[in-house]
Design a protein around this ligand. Structure first.
Ligand code: TYD
Length: 215
C-alpha cells in the first residue's frame, strides 16, 4: 500500500483531499487553495467525489437524490464504484502528469459516513475503498472540523433542500464527526485538522503554511 507520492509512481504529483461534515466550508477552502496553488505555478485539477467523472455524475444523482431507501451496503458500493472510476480516469492520470489533485471528499468520507454513520464498520469500508482505488492514499488530508450545531445552522441558511445524507439525524452526524477525528488521530502525518468555526482567511493561511513544504 503506498501513498500518492510514497511509491515513487507519481514523483511530483500531489494528492490533497478536503474532508469534513456537510456545511464545514470545504468548497470555500478548495477555491482559495486552488487560487494559491495556481499562483505558486502548479497545475491544479480540482475535482470531487461523488461525481468527478461522467459515470460518477450519474452515480451521484442516485446516491444523493434517489427517492426512497437505498440499502447501506448498496450505498457503500455506489460510492466505491464512483471512486474506482474517478481514480482510474482522473486522479492517477493527473498525478502521473505531475499535477496537484485538489479533491473535495475521498475515502475518509466513506469510512466516516458509511463506516460510522451507517454503522457498516470502518475497517471493511476502508478496505473496500482501497480496493476500488488500487491503494491510492492522499499525501495530505485537510479535515475541516465543525461542531454539529454550527454546521447545521450554516446548512440551514445555504440550502433549500437537503440531500439524502444531509437529511440524516443528529446522531448520524455526530458519529461521522467522531469517526473523522479518530481517523485524523490514527494518521497525524497525513491529516491537518482545522477548527472550521474560524474565519475563512485564517483557515486558508493555516492550510498554506502546512502545504508549503510539499511544493
Ligand atoms: P456534496 O454535495 O458533495 O456534499 P458537501 O457539499 O457537504 O461535500 O455531497 C456529498 C455527500 O455524500 C455528503 O453528504 C457526504 C456523502 N458521501 C458519503 O456518504 N460517502 C462518500 O464516500 C462520499 C464521497 C460522500
Amino acid at each position: 500500500m503506498t501513498g500518492g507520492n510514497a511509491g515513487g509512481e507519481n514523483p511530483s504529483g500531489l494528492f490533497i483531499t478536503l474532508e469534513g461534515g456537510d456545511g464545514s466550508g470545504k468548497s470555500t477552502q478548495a477555491a482559495l487553495l486552488e487560487q494559491w496553488l495556481t499562483e505558486q505555478g502548479r497545475a491544479v485539477v480540482r475535482t470531487r467525489e461523488p461525481g468527478g467523472t461522467p459515470a460518477g455524475v450519474e452515480i451521484r444523482e442516485i446516491v444523493l437524490h434517489h427517492r426512497g431507501d437505498i440499502s447501506p451496503r448498496a450505498e457503500a458500493l455506489l460510492y466505491a464504484a464512483d471512486r474506482a472510476d474517478h481514480v482510474a480516469t482522473v486522479v492517477r492520470p493527473a498525478l502521473s502528469r505531475g499535477e496537484v489533485v485538489l479533491q473535495d471528499r475521498y475515502l475518509d468520507s466513506s469510512v466516516a459516513y458509511q463506516g460510522a454513520g451507517r454503522v457498516l464498520g470502518g475497517d471493511e469500508i476502508r478496505d473496500l475503498s482501497l480496493w476500488a482505488a488500487e491503494g491510492l492514499l492522499p499525501d495530505l488530508t485537510i479535515l475541516l472540523d465543525l461542531d454539529e450545531t454550527t454546521a447545521r445552522a450554516r446548512l440551514d441558511t445555504s440550502r433549500t433542500r437537503y440531500d439524502r445524507l444531509e437529511a440524516e439525524k443528529a446522531e448520524f452526524h455526530a458519529r461521522v464527526r467522531a469517526a473523522y477525528l479518530d481517523l485524523a488521530a490514527a494518521e497525524p502525518e497525513r491529516f491537518l485538522v482545522i477548527d472550521a468555526a474560524r474565519p475563512a482567511e485564517q483557515i486558508a493561511e493555516e492550510i498554506r503554511a502546512r502545504l508549503t513544504p510539499y511544493l
